[in-house]
Design a protein around this ligand. Structure first.
Ligand SMILES: Cc1cc2nc3c(=O)[nH]c(=O)nc-3n(C[C@H](O)[C@H](O)[C@H](O)COP(=O)(O)OP(=O)(O)OC[C@H]3O[C@@H](n4cnc5c(N)ncnc54)[C@H](O)[C@@H]3O)c2cc1C
Length: 421
């Protein structure tokens, strides 16, 4: 088969569908090729999407999209072996406009790709793109099995381990650039979820866990409440996992067994388990002759420790790629000089601005004290505050003792933390 499209998009995740939707609305002939049986079939996600980027593209999308719950409650838990300290933040302002929603990707990705199809895009699922077509140092299409399909521009939206970006020479992979995300979906009745997380009907919670759960490896745990299930899991830096020779399955098993977590998931049935990498420290080229790279494929992800943002970044970069294609089509110029307009758009928008703002976060999050010393100090301090056992020590004495030999580091860490966040 030899055909020609204005644009070919590789991958029907949020980045690919945002690009296809925007391009189709502009009247361009867009083809999306997805290796999964359907969009979302291959996607793993902790389950929370910040709403702003999609709201720009499809205002009020939550009235029609398959969202699970609107997140109004944020919790941060420091875990020790026998104790835990939780910060519980409930904010009515997260309702109007909605700040974030929990979603299940298998449903959400299908809905979003269908929006692109309704707008005029062609979606071909169950086909893996194997390679790029080149002419005179310019990408001119894709190769999928026996098929060669041509386009003026190819948009690589094929996720964190982007074969397209690698084939175009825009990305080289190293283990230390990635974190490993492991996720389970645990089924529970709607009412049980609302009672356990203290939620109003249809509202949701996002709970992050720091400390004992990652076995002294930088990373953290999460639980997001869906309508009738919990998305829960662990994210850890892969190089440290290998260095410490820790079995990733053991980490997630022990997370489930931690007394705080076990209470929240008690009686639940595991529906699904999956694992995927998350780009952490890598940066890749975002354009070349005839090609643009969006979302995870371009490492456009922010992990600030408190927020993990990949979906809003993918959607905004997909929409920016569509604008850059429109500009190139208008000039009939698909050179990298013309397509560099894409990076200008990302710089003007929040995507590259926020990445620059949070660039110190990744380095800060590698600090072992965040996962060992500080949760321990917090738990010991609150233990002393509430324990009545006849011993004379005050909570403040416990704090002084716990921080002995580490106070300079602590002050420096607080300063670094404030800068990183
Ligand atoms: C455990 C975990 C938890 C996360 N939690 C959050 C969170 O709470 N909030 C958040 O915003 N982000 C989160 N993320 C990150 C988020 O999932 C990604 O940033 C986001 O999915 C990126 O979207 P994308 O469209 O760029 O890529 P993807 O969603 O990865 O989509 C890529 C698509 O391309 C397809 N594809 C790949 N290769 C080919 C090929 N050769 N041919 C055809 N198709 C191909 C794939 O099947 C897939 O459908 C999490 C990630 C993980 C792993």
């Amino acid at each position: 088969m030899t055909e020609k499209f204005d644009v070919i998009i590789v991958g029907a995740g949020p980045g690919g569908s945002a690009a296809a939707y925007s391009l189709s609305k502009m009247g361009f002939n867009a083809l999306i090729v997805e290796r999964g049986k359907y969009p979302g079939a291959k996607n793993v996600m902790g389950g929370r999407m910040y709403a702003h980027a999609l709201n720009r593209l499809i205002p009020g999308f939550w009235k029609e999209a398959p969202i699970e719950r609107m997140v109004t409650r944020e919790k941060l838990t420091f875990l020790c072996n026998e104790a835990s300290v939780t910060l519980d933040f409930l904010d009515g302002e997260f309702r109007e406009p909605p700040n974030s929603f929990t979603i299940l990707r298998a449903k959400f990705d299908q809905w979003f790709a269908n929006k692109a199809v309704e707008a005029g895009a062609t979606l071909v699922p169950n086909i893996r793109v194997d390679d790029l077509l080149w002419r005179e140092k310019r990408v001119t299409g894709i190769i999928a099995g026996e098929d060669k399909i041509e386009a003026n521009v190819v948009i690589a939206a094929d996720g964190a381990v982007s074969l397209m970006a690698e084939k175009a020479g825009l990305k080289k992979f190293e283990v230390k650039q990635f974190a490993l995300g492991m996720k389970e979906i645990i089924e529970l009745p709607e009412k049980t979820i609302e009672d356990r997380f203290n939620l109003a009907h249809e509202e949701g919670a996002a709970q992050l866990f720091v400390g004992q759960c990652t076995k002294e490896i930088p990373g953290g745990g999460f639980i997001y409440t869906n309508r009738t299930s919990l998305s829960m899991g662990i994210v850890v830096y892969i190089d440290r996992l290998i260095e410490k020779k820790i079995d990733s399955h053991k980490i997630i098993r022990e997370f489930n067994e931690n007394p705080v977590v076990a209470k929240l998931i008690e009686g639940g049935k595991i529906q699904e388990y999956s694992a995927h990498v998350i780009p952490e420290t890598s940066r890749s080229g975002l354009f070349t002759n005839g090609m643009l790279v969006v979302g995870d494929a371009g490492s456009l992800v922010i992990n600030s420790g408190i927020t993990l943002r990949g979906m809003d970044m993918a959607i905004a970069s997909g929409a920016a790629a569509a604008e850059a294609v429109k500009n190139a089509m208008g000039k009939n110029d698909f050179s990298k000089e013309c397509l560099s307009y894409y990076e200008d758009l990302l710089r003007k928008d929040f995507v590259l601005k926020d990445i620059a703002t949070f660039k110190k976060a990744s380095e800060f999050l590698q600090n072992d004290r965040l996962y060992t010393l500080y949760p321990e100090i917090a738990c010991r301090f609150f233990h002393k505050l509430w324990a009545v056992d006849g011993a004379k020590k005050r909570a403040f004495d416990e704090l002084l003792e716990g921080t002995k030999g580490n106070r300079t580091n602590m002050i420096l860490d607080v300063l670094k933390g404030l800068r990183a966040l």
